[in-house]
Design a protein around this ligand. Structure first.
Ligand SMILES: [Zn+2]
Length: 158
């Protein structure tokens, strides 16, 4: 397995697709911290599917809304699984505000450190992405969670 970056262009817009295999070494930004990649999906690559565990989903929502968010960027990485609408952005809404997804990463600390795009909450809840078991275990071990009534993912076009 080797990490790969694939770039494509759509009419009038730059569309950059970043893909790294699950559990490969994180190298996306120079501040490599020895983390393992999780959830860097691409529509050209298959990924495991399954219904999300409710506790896992609620704890992952907390991490994407209030957890260890890092590498906030000015650019936006859209979900390229939501074809054919490239200019739709996903927001994570909670009672405390709205986060634009696709602009940052999260870190999950366990025996191993994991690096995931913040879009992972959308991938799991809307595309049925099933991350590796060790990542699910690490997230589920977190003490914090947002119940399903406390958050939602909203799609908006630009
Ligand atoms: Zn999507």
């Amino acid at each position: 397995m080797s990490p790969a970056v694939r770039c494509t262009f759509t009419i009038g817009k730059l569309r950059v697709v970043t893909y790294f295999p699950d559990l490969s070494r994180y190298t996306y930004l120079p501040e490599d911290d020895g983390a393992l990649n999780i959830g860097w999906l691409d529509d050209a690559r298959s990924f495991p599917l399954g219904p999300p565990d409710l506790v896992f989903l609620e704890k992952l929502a907390w991490m994407c809304a209030r957890g260890q968010r890092v590498n906030q960027t000015r650019g936006i990485h859209p979900c390229n699984l939501c074809q054919p609408i490239p200019s739709v952005w996903h927001h994570l809404e909670t009672s405390e505000g709205t986060r634009l997804l696709g602009t940052a990463e999260i870190r999950v600390e366990a025996e191993q450190r994991y690096a995931a795009p913040d879009l992972i909450i959308h991938y799991v809840s809307d595309h049925r992405y099933q991350p590796p078991h060790e990542f699910v275990r690490a997230v589920t071990a977190c003490n914090e969670r947002l119940s399903m009534g406390e958050w939602q993912i909203v799609r908006r076009g630009l």
